[in-house]
Design a protein around this ligand. Structure first.
Ligand code: GPK
Length: 770
């Protein structure tokens, strides 16, 4: 969960009075990944640390590896926030991040017989040395109860009489910026029982129940929900949302009140960024606090809300748009439900004035969805209450405007913007690829690119330089060796360093099409098997690496993992194939694994069906590291093409505007014979588990090939062949690799955050006084 808040206004005074709160929430707010290496780099004390440790008899790298991976998030969305926090700190912005201090992060993936099993990740086992527990910064968070009407100063008002109170205790996680003294704070909330004892139970002798009830409070922040897309109306999840929102807002408002007593100044000082809909209850909570507790009039409060919130959405998938059943919301947060109804009533009245009685449109845009389960549409609520609605890539924003939120765009075109995602070069080059970092600095003659990423373009000048090629290849080889050692230690499979390391690592989703990758690996295997021995010499050897977690309840994704293992088992043990093809599944993919795998990859795959990946950030990490991309024109890859040119990557597949028509076409017209052949191999039990894989095959054949694996297969194979061809010419490949890194500057989160600061939040950097 992230709510980010930012302070606006004069920079110096803002810094010292520290009014900022960058209320940027995603339920899955990530501090994802380790902290130590990033922090010592940003503080500029890496060498001193290494020296000091060696005097104590420790090796810095070995020690850094001991840190657990804090996986307090699910995937791209969470890691994006971590990158943006790094950039906010580095660029001296006065910002705060808020989230939940889950006791159990994202589950650990254990593979048994090729099947995924989930194990709890109790990441606090050895404590967390980087956090500071603020026992004195705690707030009561209330749930349940009833709402009563009362009269105050002759005016009637609503009073919420809550039924349960839980305490939110702050844990601070400092995020130092690079090359600056500025350090910002990620404040995570842990749930503790309310200080008030349940006296009645104690008095009536129900001691055990009283203690059990106290413990129940702690469950609110105990576990991260591991599905990043489908949100069934679970009470605990809603409790997490509100717990997080309420505590963060109390914190922000307390800080504001420290120096101000007029809420009209609130929008001058505070910007709150809704990072997806998980924190969207914040808009309702601010209304509640202003109207019920601060006794502002509705219109005055509404004016304030509309000025402080901006909303970023991270998806195009309808199933990822959160809806909360009204019954659930009404029982947990009765006053909030009333406020939502009031907001919606006003919105509907305004809308009727604008569009008339177009009931279809009115019902689609309504915050309340009628139907079998009456629900609150959190995205609609966020759009209505925010001054800006951001997409995470240009293509995403276009889809929002023309499809997902078309009606809203027609109503409020000025609200819609986009900020293409970015990643921080501090973690994704400096920390994870130190030899490439040194090489870049050497050739650019400066380390300034670590703060000023645009300088990377300077590498273009040397893209054909034979000396740079030599050194570039050496760095890449060393990283491949490191990865090969890891693969051997983890899977027992020895891989050849001469092979192309071809990687697809990300959450397992049908739209991300790991299945397309596996089917093409089967095709490659089948081709090798059917070749004359002499022909085999021409095959470009490949090590295909796949990694990713499936949501525990996502059956199809779990079958894809099993298929990957079944195919790997067959290929890796086939003496005919040898080093020509290997398939490796990297278990328990997380940020630390990514830091090892990305620098060692030659080729990486970003092959979602066009129009499904809102942005994608993995592609940016690979790009920065000089890995070539094999991709569809989806999300941010469209912008990557503009930066490095189509000739420096391997593009394939249907374009976004072609997808609807292709879906209409019957599958026999679109899937090539090779596709039917590989699917048949799976169906026929070539890799075992025939019955188990049947539904996977059914899902990509006939008319059910929603993600267009069949129709994209031929062009995918062509792109794969083009990659093979390019790899044979190592000088050409190296040049493409250098140009990839050189062209990656636009995909730094520094650029994203600067853009947000200037065009959405209206804040300026404030340099920390020395
Ligand atoms: C989007 F909606 C969601 C979600 O629930 N989880 C998640 O990781 C990702 N995302 C998108 O899938 C990516 O395309 C995008 O780059 C990332 O969020 C950050 O914006």
């Amino acid at each position: 969960m992230i709510l980010n808040s930012i302070s606006r206004g004069k920079t110096q005074s803002v810094y010292t009075s520290c009014l900022s709160s960058f209320l940027w929430h995603s339920l899955a707010f990530g501090i994802s990944g380790r902290s130590l290496s990033n922090s010592v780099i940003n503080l500029g004390i890496r060498d001193q640390c290494a020296d000091a440790l060696s005097q104590l008899g420790f090796e810095y790298e070995v020690l850094a590896e001991q840190e657990g991976d804090a996986a307090l998030g699910n995937g791209g969305l969470a890691r994006l926030s971590a990158c943006q926090m790094d950039s906010l700190a580095t660029l001296d912005y006065p910002a705060w991040g808020y989230g939940l201090r889950y006791q159990y992060g994202l589950f650990r993936q254990v593979i048994l017989d090729g099947f995924q099993h989930e194990q709890p990740d109790y990441w606090l086992n050895f404590g967390n040395p980087w956090e500071i527990e603020r026992v004195h910064v705690s707030y009561p968070v209330k749930f349940y109860g009833t709402v009563e009407e009362e009269t105050l100063n002759g005016k009637s008002c609503q009073v919420w009489l809550p039924g349960e109170t839980v305490e939110a205790v702050a844990y601070d996680n400092p995020i130092p910026g690079y090359g600056t003294r500025n350090t910002i704070n990620l404040r995570l909330w842990a749930a503790k029982p309310d200080g008030q004892y349940d006296m009645e139970s104690y008095n009536t002798g129900d001691y055990i129940n009283a203690v059990v009830n106290r413990q129940r409070a702690e469950t609110i922040s105990s576990v991260l929900y591991p599905d990043d897309r489908s949100h069934q109306g679970k009470e605990l999840r809603l409790k997490q949302h509100y717990f997080f929102v309420s505590a963060s807002l109390q914190d922000i408002i307390r800080r504001f009140k420290d120096g101000h007593n007029n809420f009209d100044d609130f929008p001058e000082k505070i910007a709150l960024q809704l990072n997806d809909t998980h924190p969207s209850l914040a808009v309702v909570e601010v209304m509640r606090v202003l109207v019920d507790e601060e006794h502002l009039g509705w219109d005055q409060a509404w004016n304030i809300v509309c000025k402080i919130f901006s909303f970023t959405t991270h998806t195009v998938l309808p199933e990822a748009l959160e809806k909360i059943p009204v019954d659930l919301l009404g029982s947990l947060l009765p006053r909030h439900l009333q406020i939502i109804y009031d907001i919606n009533f006003n919105f509907m009245e305004e809308l009727k004035k604008r569009i008339g009685l177009d009931f279809n449109r009115l019902s689609q845009m309504s915050i309340v969805e009628e139907g079998a389960v009456k629900s609150i549409r959190m995205a609609n609520l966020s759009i209505v209450c925010s001054h800006t609605v951001n997409g995470v890539s240009r293509m995403h924003s276009e889809l929002l405007k023309t499809r997902v939120f078309k009606d809203f765009y027609e109503l409020w075109p000025h609200k819609f913007q986009y900020k293409t995602n970015g990643v921080t070069q501090r973690r994704w080059i400096v920390v994870s690829n130190p030899s490439l970092c040194a090489l870049i600095s050497k050739w650019l003659g400066t380390e300034a690119w670590i703060r000023d990423i645009d300088l990377l373009i300077g590498l273009q000048e040397f893209a054909a330089d034979a000396d740079l090629h030599q050194e570039w290849k050496m760095v890449r080889k060393v990283n491949k060796m490191r990865l090969a050692e890891y693969i051997e230690a983890m899977s027992g499979v020895k891989v050849s360093l001469d092979a192309m390391f071809d990687v697809q690592i990300k959450r397992i989703h049908e739209y991300k099409r790991q299945l397309l990758n596996i089917l093409s690996i089967i095709h490659r295997y089948d081709c090798i098997k059917n070749m004359e021995k002499t022909q085999r010499r021409k095959v470009v050897p490949r090590v295909c690496i796949v990694g990713g977690k499936a949501a525990p309840g996502y059956e199809v994704a779990k079958k894809i993992i099993k298929l990957c293992h079944a195919v790997a088992e067959k290929i890796n043990n086939d003496a005919d194939v040898g080093d020509l093809l290997k398939l490796i599944f990297v278990p328990d993919y997380n940020v630390s694994v990514a830091e090892l795998v990305i620098p060692g990859a030659d080729l990486s795959q970003h092959i979602s069906t066009a129009g499904h990946e809102a942005s994608g950030t993995g592609c940016m990490k690979f790009l920065m590291n000089g890995c070539l991309l094999l991709a569809t024109a989806d999300g941010s890859t469209v912008e990557i093409i503009e930066e490095i040119g189509e000739e420096n990557m391997f593009l394939f597949g249907a374009k976004v505007h072609e997808v609807p028509a292709l879906r209409e076409k019957s599958s026999d017209d679109k899937a090539p014979l090779q596709f039917s052949r590989v699917v048949r191999m799976v169906r026929d039990g070539h890799f075992g588990f025939k019955d188990y894989f049947k539904s996977l095959c059914d899902g990509v054949e006939g008319d059910s090939d929603f993600y267009l694996l069949g129709s994209d297969f031929a062009s995918y194979l062509e792109a794969q062949a083009a990659a093979d061809k390019a790899f044979v010419d190592q000088e050409k490949w190296t040049q493409m690799s250098i140009l990839s890194t050189a062209g990656s500057g636009r995909f730094s989160s520094d650029r994203t955050v600067e853009d947000y600061a200037e065009t959405t939040w209206g804040i300026e950097p404030c340099t920390c006084p020395s």
